[in-house]
Design a protein around this ligand. Structure first.
Ligand code: CUV
Ligand code: SF4
Length: 624
C-alpha cells in the first residue's frame, strides 16, 4: 500500500512538503507507518502480556489456541492491565510536567529562578485563598512560596481527595467518593497502577479499570489542573488575541527557531530572548532580517495562547517543518517529539537541540535547561540558531505559502469575561436553543487517520449543528489551519451559533490551550453545571479525540468520561481483545458514572453520536 500525499493529509502545506520529501528521498512518519503494515493484531487487540519473564504471553483471539497466559491471566485481565499502564504513563507525563512547573514556581518564590516572575497576580491570590493560604501582610513571594509547598503536597499526599476536585459539582464528588475513585495523591495513583499491574496483583478487569478512572482523575483534576494554574501565575492567564498558523509562518529571511514539546518553562524564555537586542544585532550581522520563533505541538499552544507566537504545525507536521529547509534550530523539551528528528535534521542544516534533563534523542546538541540560568541558556540556544543561519542551503529551501489567521487565548476566565462575567448568557443561549450544546474536541494526530481529516470535519459538523466547540492540543492547531478559529468562521455555523458568535465577535471554535489545559474545560463545565445546579453529566455536552495517539490521551479519556462527559474516540484503543473491557468502556460505564466511550473513525458519524447525546441531555433537562 502506498498512500498519495493527498491521502496522507487534507492540508495543502502538508501535502506540498510531503512531495518535497519524496523528491529529496527523505523518509517521514508515513513511510515508516507503511513499513509497519500489517500491524501486529495481538498488539492491536491488547492481548499480549510482557509483565513477567515467564512470558511473553498472548491470547488467541479466535479461541483455538491459548486462552490464558502462563500464570492464568485471561484476555480480560491482560487487556485491562495494559490499559491501566497506558493511563499511568499518560497521567505521569502530565503530572510530572506539572511538578516541574511547581518546582520552578517554588524556586521563583525563593528568588532562585532569576528570569521568571509572577505575571498572573490575580491568579496567585485566588489560588492561594483556594488553598487556604492567608495573604494578608505577606509579600507576593511569600504567598507564592506557601502556595508552591501546598501544591507540592498534592503530589505526595497519601489521603485524598485532591484539593482541585472541590471545583467539581458536589454530586460528581459524591459519586466519586461512593465509587471509591476519589483521587488521593497524584504520585500515589500512578505508583499504584504499576503495583496493581505487576504479575499476580490485581486480576479483576472491573477492579483494574476503576483504578484507571481514579488515576485519570488525579491527572485531570490534579496534575493537569495544577500545571495550568501554576503556568498562569508564572506567565499570565491567556486572553483573546490574534496569530497565524501552519508551515507558512516560517520566514524566508529571518532565523527560524522552532519550539516543540510541552513545557512553557522553556518556550517562554526562548520567545523572550528572541527580542534580545544583542541577538537581533547578531542576526543582522549574519544576514538575517530578524528572529522568528514558531511552535509545534503543545509548547507552541502555550506561547500562542499567551503571546500570539505563531504555530508551524501539529504533531504530524514536525518533520515537515525541518523538510522546509528553513529551520535553523528545532528546540525540544518533552513529549510527542519524534526520535526520527535526529537523522532527519542531519539531512538539512537544522540544529536539533534537546533541553530537558529527562529527554534526549539521537543526534541532538544538548543544551540542558535549568531555571537558575534560564535566560542565559535560552540566549545560548537562540544564538546557536542565529549562527546557523548562514548555513541555510537556499536550494533546499521551500516554505509553503499556507498560513492562516486565528483567534486564540480563550481561557475559562477569558470566556467568562467575553460573556460579561458569568456563564449566564451562554446558559440562556443553550436553554433557548440557539446553541444546542458544547463539544470538547481535543487530541493528537495519528498516521492511521488522514492528517486533520478527522479533526476538521468533526468540528465543522458540530458547529454546523449549532454546537459551540472548545478545543485544545493538536485539534486546536488543525482547526486553526482550516480557518475555523476566526470570528468569520461563524458563516460555517448554524444560524443560532452564528448569531451568538457575531454578537460576541468570537469564533465558533474556542482555543482553550494545550493538552494540560483540558483542565480549563473541566473548570468551565463545572462553572456551567454549578450555576445550573446540576452535574456535569447532565449538561448537553460531549467530547471527542478524533485522531488521538498518545498515552496522555488515554488518561485524558479516563478523566473526561469520569467527569461525566460522553467521549468519542477516532482511533481504536487496544482493548478489543476483551469483550468484557470493551463493553464496560462503551456501555457499562454509563450506568456507573453517567458517561462512556464510543469509537468511531468516521468524523461525520462521530458528530452524529455527539449530537444525539447532546439532544438526549437537552430533553432530560426539559429543553426543546
Ligand atoms: Ni499535548 S499529546 S500530539 S502535543 S495533542 Fe498533539 Fe498536545 Fe497529542 Fe502531543
Ligand atoms: Fe504471561 Fe502472566 Fe507473565 Fe503476563 S504476567 S507474561 S500473562 S505469565
Amino acid at each position: 500500500m502506498k498512500l498519495t500525499v493527498f491521502e496522507k493529509s487534507i492540508d495543502p502545506a502538508t501535502q506540498s512538503m510531503l512531495e518535497k520529501a519524496e523528491n529529496e528521498g527523505i523518509e517521514t512518519v508515513w513511510d515508516r507507518y507503511e513499513k509497519q503494515l500489517p500491524q501486529c493484531s495481538f498488539g492491536q487487540l491488547g492481548i499480549c502480556c510482557r509483565n513477567c519473564n515467564m512470558g511473553p504471553c498472548r491470547i488467541d483471539p479466535f479461541g483455538e489456541g491459548a486462552d490464558k497466559g502462563i500464570c492464568g491471566a485471561t484476555a480480560d485481565i491482560i487487556v485491562a492491565r495494559n490499559l491501566l499502564r497506558m493511563i499511568a504513563a499518560g497521567a505521569a507525563a502530565h503530572s510530572d510536567h506539572a511538578r516541574d512547573a511547581v518546582l520552578t514556581f517554588k524556586k521563583m518564590s525563593e528568588g532562585e529562578a532569576g528570569s521568571y516572575g509572577i505575571k498572573g497576580e490575580a491568579k496567585l491570590f485566588s489560588l492561594a485563598s483556594e488553598y487556604g493560604i492567608l495573604a494578608e501582610g505577606k509579600s507576593r513571594e511569600e504567598v507564592a512560596g506557601e502556595l508552591a509547598n501546598a501544591l507540592l503536597t498534592e503530589f505526595g499526599k497519601q489521603n485524598g481527595p485532591l484539593l482541585c476536585t472541590r471545583r467539581a459539582p458536589g454530586s460528581r464528588r459524591r459519586l466519586w467518593a461512593e465509587l471509591g475513585i476519589e483521587p488521593r495523591g497524584i504520585d500515589r495513583e500512578i505508583v499504584e497502577c504499576m503495583h496493581r499491574t505487576h504479575m499476580g496483583v490485581d486480576n479483576d478487569a472491573t477492579h483494574i479499570l476503576l483504578h484507571g478512572l481514579r488515576t485519570g482523575l488525579s491527572d485531570g483534576w490534579g496534575g493537569s489542573m495544577i500545571a495550568t494554574d501554576v503556568q498562569d501565575i508564572l506567565f499570565g492567564t491567556p486572553e483573546p488575541k490574534k496569530s497565524t498558523v501552519n508551515l507558512g509562518v516560517l520566514s524566508p529571511d529571518k532565523v527560524n527557531v522552532i519550539v516543540h514539546g510541552h513545557e512553557p518553562i522553556l518556550s517562554e524564555m526562548i520567545v523572550e530572548t528572541a527580542e534580545d537586542p544583542e541577538l537581533l544585532g547578531l542576526a543582522k550581522e549574519k544576514g538575517a532580517a530578524g528572529i522568528n520563533v514558531a511552535g509545534i505541538c503543545c509548547t507552541g499552544n502555550e506561547t500562542l495562547m499567551r503571546h500570539g507566537t505563531p504555530i508551524a504545525g501539529t504533531f504530524l507536521q514536525q518533520e515537515l517543518a525541518v523538510i522546509t529547509g528553513a529551520v535553523e534550530a528545532m528546540v525540544v523539551d518533552v513529549q510527542c517529539i519524534m526520535p526520527s528528528l535526529g537523522s532527519l535534521t542531519g539531512c538539512y542544516h537544522t540544529k536539533f537541540i534537546s533541553t530537558s534533563p529527562k529527554a534526549d534523542f539521537p543526534g541532538t546538541l544538548r543544551m540542558e535547561f535549568h531555571e537558575e540560568k534560564a535566560y542565559e541558556t535560552a540566549k545560548e540556544i537562540v544564538k546557536t540558531a542565529v549562527e546557523n543561519f548562514p548555513n541555510r542551503n537556499l536550494e533546499k529551501v521551500n516554505i509553503p505559502e499556507e498560513k492562516q489567521e486565528c483567534m486564540v487565548g480563550f481561557s475559562a476566565e477569558a470566556i467568562l469575561k467575553a460573556l460579561g462575567g458569568s456563564p449566564a448568557p451562554l446558559i440562556e443561549a443553550i436553554a433557548g436553543g440557539a446553541v444546542k450544546g458544547i463539544g470538547a474536541v481535543v487530541g493528537c494526530n495519528n498516521v492511521k487517520i488522514q492528517h486533520n481529516y478527522g479533526h476538521v470535519n468533526l468540528v465543522k459538523e458540530l458547529i454546523r449543528n449549532n454546537v459551540l466547540v472548545v478545543t485544545t492540543g493538536c485539534n486546536a492547531i488543525a482547526c486553526a489551519e482550516a480557518g475555523l478559529l476566526v470570528p468569520e468562521a461563524a458563516v460555517l455555523a448554524g444560524n443560532g451559533l452564528k448569531g451568538i458568535c457575531e454578537a460576541l465577535d468570537i469564533p465558533p471554535v474556542l482555543h482553550m490551550g494545550s493538552c494540560v489545559d483540558i483542565s480549563r474545560i473541566l473548570v468551565l463545565a463545572s462553572a456551567i453545571a454549578n450555576s445550573l445546579g446540576v452535574d456535569i453529566s447532565d449538561l448537553p455536552a460531549a467530547g471527542a479525540a478524533p485522531e488521538w495517539m498518545s498515552e496522555k490521551a488515554v488518561s485524558i479519556g479516563a478523566y473526561v468520561v469520569s467527569s461525566g462527559v460522553f467521549t468519542v474516540l477516532g482511533t481504536v484503543p487496544p482493548v478489543l481483545g476483551s469483550q468484557a473491557v470493551t463493553s464496560l468502556l462503551t456501555k457499562g460505564l454509563d450506568g456507573v458514572i453517567g458517561a462512556s466511550f464510543a469509537v468511531e473513525p468516521d468524523p461525520f458519524k462521530a458528530a452524529d453520536m455527539m449530537l444525539e447525546r447532546i439532544e438526549g441531555k437537552r430533553k432530560a433537562l426539559g429543553l426543546k
